[in-house]
Design a protein around this ligand. Sequence first.
Ligand code: ADP
Ligand code: ASP
Ligand code: MG
Length: 814
Amino acid sequence: MIVAKFGGTSVGSAKNIQKVVEIISHKNEKCIVVVSALGGVTNLLIKASELAVKGDQEYVNVLKDIQTKHKDTIDTLFDEEDQENSAAYVMAQMHKLKDTLKGVYLLNDLSEKSLAKIVSVGEILSSYIISEAFRVNGMNCELFDSRLLIKTDSHYSKAGVHYQKTYKNIKDAVKNSDKKVMIMPGFIASDEKNNATTLGRGGSDFTAAIAANAIDAELLEIWTDVSGMFTANPQIVKQAKPIEQITYQEAMELSHFGAKVIYPPTIQPAMDKKIPILIKNTMAPNDRGTLIAEKTPAGKNMVKGISHIEQISLLTLQGNGMVGVPGIAKRLFGALSQQNINVKFITQASSEHSISFAIDDEDAENAKIAVDNAFEYEIFQRKINPVTVESDLAIIALVGDNMKSHQGISGKMFSSLGNNNVNIVAIAQGSTEKNISAVIAKKDAKKALNSLHTTFFENQLKQINLFIVGVGNVGSKLLEQIKQQQSHLLEKLHLEMKVVGLANSKKMIFDEDGIDLDNWKEELHKSKITSNLDEFYNQVINLNLRNSVFVDNTANDVVPSFYEKYLKKSMAVVACNKVASSSDYANYNLLKELSKEYNAPYLFETNVGAGLPIIDNLKNMINSGDEIQEIKAVLSGSLNFIFNNFDAKNSFYDVVKKAGEEGYTEPDPRIDLSGVDVMRKILILVRESGIQMELSDIENESFLPKNSLNAKSVEDFMESLKTEANHFNLLREGAEKNNSKLKFIASFNRGKAKVKLEQIPQEHPFYNLDGKDNIVLFYSNRYADQPLIIKGAGAGSDVTASGIFGDIIRTINK
Ligand code: ADP
Ligand code: ASP
Ligand code: MG
């Protein structure tokens, strides 16, 4: 014989009940079918009770909803003539229910006893309707009343089962029945005085396990809405997969720590008789599901699953009066047990100075009162402090039978959490070492589950969640490149890169599943959220996704003031914006320090030489112990482009204009032409060489005439280039006369840095520098005679975007 239990969703609609009929009609052996209330009905019954006891008439409407739900199911499930029995039964039960609730409403009183009576109606109705469905489909079946079979104590909401009596009742009932299918409502039972009791929320699983034990079933099937017990809650971790096989112990631990797919007490009665449990999906009966049994074949994964419980409070009892005093723990947990409070997690400091324990938020108040009372005398004597309560927490647990024989799992767990800025409030390892659990803030639970899942189950699959500000020349190119590379990254590097947040100066958009990069322009345009950097930050923090990277593609000077906040949340910052790295040294240094402290990369490769790997190489030199002596460089692709194209035929004005159009200059060309941009770049190189320097320490001999230097706006400035054409022509002719070319050079030597337009003679390595190329010569202890030369395209949105892309990829190798 087998026992098959169908959960709320499985019987939540006529269509699903048909599936249940189908599944059971294909069974060859005799079976007991245990059913839950139609999906959501138990919650509605509780809601109606709570409204009624508060004196809120709205409970009547909730009752109507319950009635309609059953009536609709019956109407769809049966032909008119077959509807009669069920409809009459539902009406009769609803009448009784209405009377009971009216009593609750009038008396303003809802005892646990009445509540159990009220909620039991869910299963009473569903089991009747399903037995009718079986009957109508020609199946040989009988409906039992579980209240007559399962006997319990009088803890009405979560009653303790009297096993001996119960097992005997079920055995006898089955023996006396000649039917192939026996239906039992789940969840409900009765006490010695025959008052209705319930087995706790989710308790239909338990009913099925009790039945299975009673009849020595060969198999206990739990039919639900997912294809088994997953490596993590599939609603929260999209990558989670069903676990093929798992031991009783593992399943018990996972369910204890929140894997709701099976109600924790369910395992014991099955395990006692070594009855295998198979979790199956009613909606996909051909999926394999999960087999829970005594042993499982050895797999390579030590961690079988990750589970979590939300709405947790951590209570701590501490004080010097606890050290070395026997019996403290006994008194503490005795007080909690007297209040029927379930403790999920315990951790004690090795000094015995404190004990922390985690319980459901809803029990926190009672628990505090109970424990404070139990230790009233010590608290009065100030030997022990009153219990402290931290709420809004979650417990997250890794489970696996073989974890104990493997080192390093907890290290991996905590570094995965730490890297994602998940703060751990408390840690405990079960004495059997089948689980490691940690208490964290509830708001971090989703991120923590996902990070741990990646670490333990997804092999190399990594995820990067991008939050991008700035979609101008460079930003749009970057989005284009990400779009082109997404599938390649996934296939070849097992890297899932998503743009989750995107903002320009006007609007912003967010999509946790990744913004559609074919349509980002339209999406941004039609977005209703006005751009606001504080709001952007708040959204990033609320989404709380692991491996989040903030990307600044702007030249704006307010955006960088947010880097600090992102880094402090352990988020990587990638910037092509130079403002922060060339701001005050104190600020630059702060960001570098925060990056180290929070293990959050702060990368700005594109600040110098666009996509050329200049800063990265420099960092490698310094990290490996080299020291920079001298730097000489052409660092402005824009100025190089301008002076390379400036000749007798093309006026200075025309060339600057063209450079702007091609995206080779900053949006404000004065930043390039005044030399400030180059000053910033050499400053960054000097700082990255480990030397403290300010922008004001750099000498700048400008080649611009006064008129241009004093221009108040970009338009005025461009105009001045026209009127001062002669000044620029003279500079050019001077160089031509000496067979030289004009190059804007940045240099650093003997602790001093300067930028200057110079005439470069033919034999110099800079002479033949093409178009918008950059070149840097590093002279160091290792490169004393022959400098390290890095040369290549140093401007343009394409190469800059690919430099940013490179930094983004670097963030995952932190
Ligand atoms: P039923 O009504 O069939 O008893 P439940 O809602 O009680 O179903 O349990 C199934 C649900 O458990 C799933 O829909 C899923 O959201 C949740 N769940 C939580 N953790 C897990 C897990 N590790 N594996 C599978 N499901 C899980
Ligand atoms: N109907 C009950 C509940 O919702 C029991 C169950 O579904 O297992 O808690
Ligand atoms: Mg359930």
